[in-house]
Design a protein around this ligand. Structure first.
Ligand code: HEC
Ligand code: HEC
Length: 183
């Protein structure tokens, strides 16, 4: 135990704190009550954001800031962040090391989604978010927002328009059942 701790601490000391990471961690202090410091959601309505592509996180925060995407909490949070803080906090969360573990047989994964969101909900496409372990309700809400045009994206809006409510719940169940942990 002692030895392991020594190695871990030694590693931290050797690596030293990176200034950019420090800046991101500081901003993340404003996010932790809902998203956790490691990006594993701390409240049921908030999505997991740890380990997602930085470009995706940055784009969503800018969308909340400009009003292109709206949410009572996030619009307020993003309005208070500078573009530099958005870049820093996106880097902080993107750098978190997350692990997804399937709880159901791989062949049940929704084929329509896996090319971009992965079988295990860890994004394969650079501009796509992870879905692993997101609450069902969050996934369904976003799919419905794409379907009615409240949230817009060339690919996702089309996909969501082709899904019934029952299909949305089924794909949401797949991704929600995946266990996501951060190191
Ligand atoms: C009071 C709770 C709360 C706080 C504080 C908060 N968030 Fe959120 N965040 C949410 C909720 C709820 C959503 C889901 C919004 C929706 O349903 O569209 C969200 C969504 C997001 C998304 C979109 C994720 C995705 O997968 O599309 C990002 C990125 C995000 N938050 C980043 C942050 C950052 C960075 C901070 C701190 C600077 C922060 N949030 C602070 C509650 C919060
Ligand atoms: C061709 C690639 C592609 C496919 C296939 C695809 N998605 Fe997406 N998905 C994306 C991208 C890119 C985004 C980010 C949209 C944005 O920037 O707002 C996204 C966003 C989402 C979001 C919002 C997540 C969040 O964190 O806010 C959900 C939910 C989602 N997709 C579910 C699905 C489901 C379910 C399927 C299968 C039925 C699917 N997607 C198929 C590319 C894809």
């Amino acid at each position: 135990m002692r030895r392991v701790l020594g190695i871990v601490l030694g590693g931290l000391l050797l690596a030293g704190p990176l200034p950019a990471q420090e800046a991101g961690r500081k901003v993340a202090g404003q996010c932790r009550t809902c998203h956790g410091l490691d990006g594993i959601a701390a409240i049921p309505i908030a999505p997991n954001i740890g380990g997602e592509p930085a470009a995706y996180l940055q784009a969503q925060l800018l969308a909340f800031k400009t009003g292109a995407r709206e949410h009572e909490m996030m619009s307020v949070v993003a309005a208070g962040l500078s573009e530099q803080q958005i870049a820093d906090v996106a880097d902080w969360y993107a750098a978190q090391n997350v692990t997804a573990t399937l709880t159901a047989p791989e062949e049940d994964a929704p084929e329509l989604c896996t090319a971009c969101h992965g079988v295990d909900g860890i994004a394969v496409a650079e501009d796509a978010p992870n879905l692993a372990g997101e609450p069902n309700i969050y996934i369904v809400t976003q799919l419905k927002a794409f379907r009615i045009g409240k949230r817009e994206h060339a690919v996702m809006s089309e996909i969501a328009k082709g899904l019934s409510d029952a299909e949305m719940r089924a794909v949401a169940d797949w991704y929600a059942a995946i266990d996501l942990t951060a190191e």
